[in-house]
Ligand binder design. Structure first.
Ligand code: PLP
Length: 424
């Protein structure tokens, strides 16, 4: 068969883009060689509907072992009692939890998308906003921080069946214990979606949701630095509160409900090549090297936030506890869209982002979101962050000046030269 040079040339082009640029998208990272190798392995050929030792296909002996290793490593990493590693994405992990415990028309309470939440937390353009009745909590206008008393009030008024704690663009640590008290007071279940800070949580750098939340979902590809995918965890397994019974008459365990909601509820065959890559990434995450990496991720984000504040940038909440920050650009007279476009021309990748109480549309936005996970993998340290912020500032202040933007691109390419794309 002829090699598909069209696609491979484009992959080479994308490799150059990733290698030469400053990757500041908060949800991205660079996986290791071995994670990449597993993700591109012959395991992609295998169908394995079902779960280890309970499959609907023959020939699953090997993938059974691989999937069980992924489960066991994830349990160890997060201290969970139950893990499902099959969700193809973070969205599908959330969909499966909702399907396991909610009926269409039930109520969910999530973090407002325009304040930092995720589409799957009830946005009207997403299945979550179409299937369920939604209400939202958000950050305070003055502080940019969650106010738990107000969340309590909203929960009492809305009486949700499920509360979702977690975000895509919130730079502060989340108090899951407080969320659980709120959930218990209104008889709601509590889901923590830790897609963004999962790596920091795994290494004990941020609050641990596992002891407090009925369910925890995550993506595996952000700070956790694995392949693209999702995962569902339960800290303490318990009988379901809905009275769904097994044939034996016993109450179905929550883990049984989640397993059925993932397969056959939401998905067919699991991606065993991705599950193998997840297993490798979890193995890497169990090491001390990964702890040092996460400490550096946090230090780099803090150093970047400090440098931005010094230059008069308005960071929502004034700083960061994790790997990311949201910057309101309204005092710099540039939209998120124009900033993103100009920065891309300088080989700096960020994404435009709504800021709380934004007056611009989601296609334009007033802000940008910046994260440190990917550049930390490339080897940048906190003393590089002032330099990074200077380059961003130069572009933002001169976003219509092609000459300056080209000069910045050159500096970026020099900065990233000799910094390997793959960590060992
Ligand atoms: N949940 C949160 C908080 C996220 O930030 C994301 C992704 O950005 C997701 C869920 C969805 O993940 P995926 O893009 O894998 O569907």
């Amino acid at each position: 068969m002829q090699r598909d040079q069209v696609i491979f040339d484009l992959i080479a082009e994308e490799r150059d883009r990733q290698t030469n640029g400053l990757e500041l998208i908060a949800s991205e990272n660079f996986v290791s060689n071995q994670v990449m190798e597993a993700a591109g392995s012959i395991l992609t050929n295998k169908y394995a509907e079902g779960y280890p030792n309970k499959r609907y296909y023959g020939g699953c002996e090997v993938v059974d072992i691989i999937e069980q290793i992924a489960i066991d490593r994830a349990k160890e990493l997060f201290g969970a009692e139950y893990v499902n590693v099959q969700p193809h994405s973070g969205s599908q992990a959330n969909a499966a939890v909702y399907q396991a415990v909610l009926n269409p028309g039930d109520k969910i309470l999530g973090f407002d998308l325009s304040h930092g939440g995720h589409l799957t937390h009830g946005s009207p353009v997403n299945f979550s906003g179409k299937l369920y009745k939604t209400s939202f909590y958000g950050v305070e206008k003055e502080t940019g921080i969650l106010n738990y008393d107000k969340i309590q009030e909203t929960a009492e008024r809305e009486k949700p069946n499920l509360i979702i704690a977690g975000a895509s663009a919130y730079s502060r640590d989340i108090d899951f214990e407080k969320f659980r008290k709120i959930a218990d007071s209104v008889g709601a279940l509590l889901l923590a979606d830790i897609s963004h800070p999962a790596g920091l949580i795994a290494k004990g750098i941020l609050n641990d949701p596992i002891p407090h939340c009925h369910f925890v979902t995550t993506t595996t590809h952000k700070t956790l630095r694995g392949p693209r995918g999702g995962m569902i965890m339960i800290g303490t397994d318990f009988d379901n509160p809905f009275g769904l019974k097994l044939k034996s008459g016993k109450l179905k365990k929550m883990s049984t409900l989640i397993n059925s909601a993932v397969f056959p509820g939401n998905q067919g065959g699991p991606l065993e090549h991705i599950i193998a890559a997840k297993a490798i990434a979890f193995g890497e995450a169990l090491t001390d090297d990964f702890l040092h990496y996460q400490i550096q991720v946090k230090k780099n984000a803090a150093a970047m936030a400090e440098a931005f504040v010094k230059k008069g940038y308005d960071i929502i909440s004034g700083g960061t506890d994790n790997h990311m920050m949201l910057i309101d650009l309204r005092n710099k007279n540039i939209s998120g869209k124009d900033a993103e476009n100009a920065l891309v021309k300088a080989d700096i990748t960020v994404n435009k982002n709504m800021v709380p109480f934004d007056d611009k549309s989601p296609f334009v936005t007033s802000g940008i979101r910046i994260g440190s996970a990917a550049i930390t993998t490339r080897g940048l340290k906190e003393n590089d962050m002032k330099n990074v912020v200077d380059l961003i500032d130069e572009v933002i202040l001169n976003f219509e000046n092609q000459e300056i933007i080209e000069k910045v691109a050159h500096k970026v390419n020099n900065m990233m030269a000799n910094k390997p794309l793959f960590n060992k």
